[in-house]
Structures are given as C-alpha cells and as structure tokens.
Design a protein around this ligand. Sequence first.
Ligand SMILES: Cc1cc2nc3c(=O)[nH]c(=O)nc-3n(C[C@H](O)[C@H](O)[C@H](O)COP(=O)(O)OP(=O)(O)OC[C@H]3O[C@@H](n4cnc5c(N)ncnc54)[C@H](O)[C@@H]3O)c2cc1C
Length: 354
Amino acid sequence: MAPDVPLAIVGGGPVGLVCALFASEAGLDPVVIEPRTAPIDKACGEGLMPGAWRLVRELGLEPAGADLRGVVYVQGDARAEHRFRRATGRGVARVELHAAVAARVAERGIQVIPGRVDAVERHDDHVTLSGPGLDPLTAGHVIGADGLHSRVRELVGLGARGQQASARRFGLRRHYTLAPWTDNIEVRWTPNAEFYVTPLGPELIGVALLGRRGTDFATVLADEPELAALLRADAAGDSPAQVGGVRGAGPLLQRTTARTAGRVLLVGDASGYVDALTGEGLRLGFAQAKAAIAAIVAGDVRRYEREWLSITRDFRALTSALVLAARSPLRRAIVPAAVRLPGVYGGIVERLAR
Ligand SMILES: Cc1cc2nc3c(=O)[nH]c(=O)nc-3n(C[C@H](O)[C@H](O)[C@H](O)COP(=O)(O)OP(=O)(O)OC[C@H]3O[C@@H](n4cnc5c(N)ncnc54)[C@H](O)[C@@H]3O)c2cc1C
C-alpha cells in the first residue's frame, strides 16, 4: 500500500525539527507529530558546542545568544580553562533555539500535526502511528525523536535496562537576568553535584544543576558561595535576578539495545543518552538526524545503526568514564587533574567541540 506520508517524525523538539529540515532538503516531504505548541522550553544547559552551532548555521539559522569560547572547570580556587582552538560555540536559550527552528520548519511548509503517539504498528512496507486525538497515520519510515522517555523506543522494543535507582542522575535549570561574567561554559564542581553555567545573551545566564534525585538547588548553591554571590542569591538561594521557574529532567541515563527496528529509527535523546555533563546532547542529536535521513534516502536503514555507533562512540566512552569518576572518591581529583594536565583536558574539550 502507498503510505499517507513518506516520513513521520515523532517529537518536535530541536532534534525532531532539525531532522525534518534535513528530510525536506533531501526531498522526503516529512510530517512532525508533537503534542506541545512551539516554542517549547526544557531543562537544558543550553550550550551549543561548536559542532552543533556550525550545523545550526548551515541551516541558515542565527538564534540570538552569546558566543562560547571555551570550557572552564572550577573547584574552589582550582580552575582549568581551555579555549576552543578553531571555532566558537553558542549559548542559546532553549525557547530561542526552538522558536528559530520551528519558524524555519513553518517557512518550508512542513506540517506539524498536534498529537501524542501512543501506538506503533510495524508492517513490511509501512508503519502505522496512532494515539489519543491522533487519526491513524501511515508512513514509509518513522523517526522517533521523542526525547529521554521515548514512547516510540518503548513501543518498538529498543529500550534497555537503565541503572540502579541510587546511581541515577537528574538535571535542573534556572535563568538569571544578569550580564555574563564569562564567555566560557563554566562547570563548577561542588562536593556532590555540578553547576553548569552558560551565558545566553547580554543580560541572561542559564544555570543547570546535575546530580542525584532530590538534589536541591538552594542547598547545593550554599556549597558554592562564589557562584551564589555572582548570582546575587541570598542564604535561601533566592535571587532578584532569577526569571521563570526551575525546570527538571531525568533520569538522564537511557540505554538502547539498537537504534533501528525495521522502518523505525531513533534519534536524539530517544536513541539513548548518557549524561549532560559534557554538554553534547544537541550536537549528537543533530548529527544523528543527518545520518538517519541519509540512510533513509540511500534505502539502507541499517547503515544508520553503524553511523550512530560511530557518532556516539566518544560520548559513550568519555561521558560514562567522567560520570563514573564523578560518583566515586576520585571526584575531588578531577579538577586538580585537569589543572595539572592541560594537554589532556584541552584534548578532551576539543573532542567535545567537534
Ligand atoms: C540539565 C540538562 C542540561 C543539558 N545541557 C546541555 C547542553 O548544554 N548542551 C547540549 O547540547 N545538550 C544539553 N543537554 C541535552 C539536551 O537537552 C538534549 O540532548 C536535547 O534536548 C535532546 O533533544 P530531543 O529533541 O532529542 O529531545 P527533547 O528536547 O526532549 O524533545 C522531545 C520532544 O518529543 C515530544 N514527545 C514526547 N513524547 C511524544 C509522543 N509520544 N508523541 C509525540 N511527541 C512526543 C516532546 O513533547 C518533546 O517536544 C542537557 C540536558 C539536561 C537535562
């Protein structure tokens, strides 16, 4: 049978929408299914590494933000700084990024169908999607870009067991209307959690916090008086510069057994995620989106599986190792080691910058 559409992308977060743009450029005429209205906010460190920023610009997009010139690790008086050698990244508030990509999707005439996918039926020559309030839709291929808690991943049986509950990590994010004091992504290592500070504009800073379940922003900020002072926070962690509420996400570690099941492919966080500590989610998601579309166009979906492994190899190895060290007694040695071994630290940051 001829499907209703050649390609349906489930999830209109940044990766799903960028995927739709690549698909449209490749002549695939995609639709996107997304329950929420643009622009969509989400807990995120909001740092586009140089590779992600290059890709966003290749799509002709220039969302407002602040240039990012490096990554600095801070722990007490110890500071390890590495400036990107070749290109800058960009701090972009999540809604700015989403609004820019969504506007381009609309300009290209790509249909975004409001709805939540809750059933996936796989057939030899098509896939049928349906859900509450969503008329059944048949597609030649389906890309699941529905985030950390992907329903598509679950429905096609590609999810793998995660991690012990005690080891699970979560993320929170707050915004402050303050002039950035740095043009780096600043990672502040407290005894039990990490602050991830990103300049987002001339008067806007994003502060993400990564840690175990129940990690409390105010309590961790009290461990980091220098940051609390920069954010003008009082003893309760409240600051007159704070805007909007606290957003949360997690658990961050999501494993997959494979990224393709017949005509269904997974991209972005839906395809598996390790942790936000290295700030690579968007870079990887955009690269996966490009590779998934190329594989569909080539009529060789299995090729995507190989490319996914290659795109995520360093992320899986480096980020897993760093998170493991961060949860062990070695934690206190991470920043001093980065200070003592600038070549190694710089080499790692340059890999993240690709
Ligand atoms: C605290 C924190 C800090 C981070 N910092 C950074 C950083 O600095 N740099 C970076 O690059 N990355 C960072 N990340 C990772 C980054 O946020 C993610 O990798 C990125 O958001 C993934 O985008 P996505 O489009 O795959 O998923 P999402 O942004 O989660 O989008 C998924 C979309 O799917 C939709 N959806 C869900 N279920 C369904 C369904 N059943 N049917 C239809 N639609 C559905 C949702 O509504 C949503 O819009 C961070 C993450 C966290 C939690």
